[in-house]
Design a protein around this ligand. Structure first.
Ligand SMILES: Cc1cc2nc3c(=O)[nH]c(=O)nc-3n(C[C@H](O)[C@H](O)[C@H](O)COP(=O)(O)OP(=O)(O)OC[C@H]3O[C@@H](n4cnc5c(N)ncnc54)[C@H](O)[C@@H]3O)c2cc1C
Length: 290
């Protein structure tokens, strides 16, 4: 049987003390940690349960910046009116996570710290150029979310450092954003491939900004500069969107594993990229001149 000490700080200040004094591991919703403990893939002498720290659970807009506390659950993300208007791709991604119980317990911070290349919240955050704020008892730093991930299960999180918030600027003008995912079965499905796109159009309908992120096709979720540059400055016709989506294959390095083959992932990534771009463009077109 596993034995460990258990602490439940009630505030961020208490959490900092607990981590400094024990070197313990954070437990948020437990939807990654508990299954890993059961499979003997995770152990800690002290578990620090952060679920009672209300100050880390919020979604706010501050001067055009959307700020999300690390303890915000997937259910709260998918039901947020602020996010529905500022990042509908993130709302759809949160709604696609696991089952209802997983979404009620699982948190944004846990999804990021877990650093799975299949983590559903990551592509919609990367296409909004999100930043992550990390705090410890004696430091505070903010880095681009894309730089936070080092590889599968590996991040730049230091010892006794906590994910505090994730933030991104609201897009303005004629823009759209979309999330697409293929899982192995409906419900409870970890992504075999996922894609998020964000597109901004100028007043003539040409693309002034195109962003694409792909999940489960490389050691971390990746952006696709090759696809993005094809659309930049152009009218986003279906033919050009297809060409951009196909170019994304040059930015990924999928592997074969229990969930899929590399070949399938490479093909599916281009299909999802095309769908996500088209969905984002359709939303943006409806706002040109509005
Ligand atoms: C049945 C099932 C289905 C799932 N389906 C999906 C899915 O479809 N898509 C998907 O992306 N994921 C899925 N997951 C994975 C999981 O639910 C998510 O990754 C979830 O967001 C993890 O959050 P948590 O709060 O439960 O993390 P926890 O399990 O509590 O923690 C996970 C890791 O993050 C660390 N951590 C947590 N919070 C912080 C913080 N604020 N600062 C620093 N470190 C922190 C912990 O120490 C631990 O290492 C599924 C899991 C299950 C069990």
């Amino acid at each position: 049987m596993l034995e460990f000490d258990f602490l439940q700080p009630q505030s961020l200040a208490e959490l900092m003390v607990a981590l400094d004094e024990t070197g313990g591991s954070i437990l948020a919703g437990g939807t990654d940690v508990i299954p890993r403990m059961r499979s003997n893939l995770f152990s800690a002498s002290t578990l620090v349960d952060v679920s009672k720290i209300g100050e880390l659970s919020f979604i706010e807009e501050r001067a055009g910046e959307i700020v999300i506390g690390a303890l915000t659950t997937h259910a709260e993300l998918m039901n947020s009116e602020v996010l529905r208007s500022a990042n509908p791709a993130l709302v759809d991604a949160a709604a696609s996570v696991g089952c209802n119980q997983t979404r009620q317990r699982g948190t944004l911070g846990g999804n990021l710290a877990n650093a799975s290349p299949a983590a559903d919240t990551v592509p919609p955050l990367l296409v909004f150029d999100a930043q992550v704020r990390l705090v410890s008892s004696d430091s505070e730093r903010t880095l681009p979310l894309i730089d936070f991930f080092v590889g599968p299960g590996k991040t730049r999180l230091g010892p006794a450092e906590v994910i505090h918030t994730v933030s991104f600027p609201r897009l303005t003008g004629a823009w759209g954003a979309a999330f697409q995912k293929i899982g192995k079965r409906s419900g409870m499905a970890i992504a075999v491939v996922s894609a998020a796109a964000a597109v901004v159009l100028d007043e003539t309908g040409k693309v002034s900004d195109a962003r694409l992120a792909l999940g489960s096709v490389a050691p971390t979720v990746v952006r696709s500069p090759k696809a993005e540059s094809i659309l930049q400055g152009q009218q986003p016709t279906p033919k050009l969107i297809k060409a951009a989506a196909q170019a994304s294959a040059g930015d990924i390095s999928p592997i074969s594993d229990v969930r899929s083959t590399a070949e399938y992932r490479r093909h599916a990534a281009t299909v999802l990229a095309e769908r996500a771009f088209q969905q984002a463009v359709d939303q943006a077109v409806s706002l040109v001149g509005a």
